[in-house]
Design a binder for this molecule. Structure first.
Ligand code: TRP
Length: 378
């Protein structure tokens, strides 16, 4: 049995471990991405993204049905999001890297919800800070190279009219006791927390609502967001919309080891605005290593790359799976030492950041082109 509320969008218990992902996903009612489904994705997308090969995106809800429809000519749209509670680190971008791949391979629209309202309700952030992080986070995300024509950034407080009108339809079907049991909320929690999940549901049917016909929706998210979409899937059919499908990821391990990368500890992750020397220092000093204590032992016994922050970060950013697997073997067998592994990761990260930075100016200047507007769907 899952401990009660082991994983909710606002809390992940410290005892949560890698080995528990599959159990938790299955208990939530999601399915594991199995070989036939991988084959299907590969057929339709042209290849299988490395994050699926590595088991980072590992579970789903109705992805098989959605792809069946796609095969028959039924286009879907993608929906994902970000709560702008602070600066972004590398781990935050991982789902967006994957989403961009999906968007390109399936040539579909993408709605990105920025839940500044959520972070106002759940955190101590001021509206000023949230506005700043909202803008900065959007630039960070879009600098991955999203195409403006098919990308729709929906900032909650800026689209409040639309979200409220659709949100109340969802809210009408959710009881306080459901919210309490699904999210672990208490009577003493503010009432904004109770309402918020309705707002996170809206983008899962917003394209259908605007266009007047059902457009299937696929939502990539980390497993802690699953409770929201479990609720959406119960309610949307009552409003005449399809249940959204989902593709679900594990958490990206923090610099210091497993568990969710926390946004409150500066040394828990590599921030997108970290200078090169800070990145190097964080890797050298804080990054959890799967290597041995001494060079002799490392040469003799090799490392455990699976738990190694530097290796995992490198692997996520290396598009060539064969190259990454060569590094894996060399690190595991002791040919590569921990410090060397950290330098390999360092170079990958610096290259990745340079590519992001090269797009920032043009993204900032053209931000308006990416913003959500109903008439872009009509
Ligand atoms: N609640 C999410 C967060 O705190 C943001 C979010 C909104 C989201 N809609 C989403 C994430 C859809 C994934 C998919 O980060």
């Amino acid at each position: 049995m899952t401990d009660e509320h082991e994983i909710t969008p606002w809390n992940v218990s410290d005892t949560f471990q890698e080995a528990q992902y599959e159990r938790v996903a299955t208990e939530f009612g999601a399915k594991i991405i199995d070989e036939p489904l991988k084959y299907e994705i590969k057929e339709l997308a042209g290849d299988l993204h490395r994050f699926i090969q590595y088991g980072i995106f590992f579970a789903h809800r109705d992805l098989d049905l959605l792809l069946d429809g796609y095969r028959k000519g039924r286009k879907f749209y993608l929906y994902t999001g970000r709560g702008p509670s602070g600066k972004m680190h590398l781990g935050h971008l991982i789902p967006f890297i994957f989403t961009k791949w999906l968007q390109e391979r399936f040539n579909v629209d993408l709605v990105i919800q920025i839940t500044d309202d959520e972070k106002f309700i759940f955190r101590d952030s001021s509206r000023e800070d949230l506005d700043r992080f909202t803008r900065e986070n959007i630039v960070d995300i879009l600098s991955l190279g999203f195409k403006p024509e098919k990308t729709h950034v929906l900032i909650d407080t800026k689209n409040s009219g639309l979200l409220y009108n659709y949100g109340i339809q969802v809210a009408k079907h959710i009881t306080a006791s459901t919210v309490k049991s699904v999210f672990g909320l208490k009577d003493s929690d503010n009432i904004g927390k109770f309402f918020f999940t309705s707002i996170q549901s809206v983008p899962a049917f917003i394209v259908s609502a605007i266009t007047g016909h059902n457009v299937p929706c696929l939502i990539p998210y980390a497993i802690d967001q699953d409770p929201h979409f479990k609720i959406s899937r119960d309610i949307l059919p009552k409003l005449g919309y399809d249940k959204p499908a989902s593709i679900i990821s594990k958490f990206i391990p923090s610099l210091k080891g497993t568990g969710k990368m926390s946004s409150s500890d500066e040394n828990s992750g590599i921030y997108l605005d970290d200078e090169n020397r800070t990145i190097k220092k964080k890797l050298m000093k804080y990054a959890f290593s799967g290597g041995r204590d001494t060079m002799e032992e490392q040469r003799k016994f090799g490392a455990n790359p699976d738990v190694d922050f530097a290796f995992n970060t490198y692997r996520m950013l290396e598009p060539d799976v064969a190259t990454a697997s060569k590094i894996y073997n060399e690190y595991k067998s002791g040919q590569i030492l921990s410090g060397e592994m950290k330098m390999i990761a360092y170079e990958k990260i610096v290259d990745f950041f340079e590519a992001l930075n090269s797009r920032r100016d043009s993204v900032s200047k053209n931000m308006e082109d990416y913003m959500f507007s109903p008439d872009r769907f009509l």
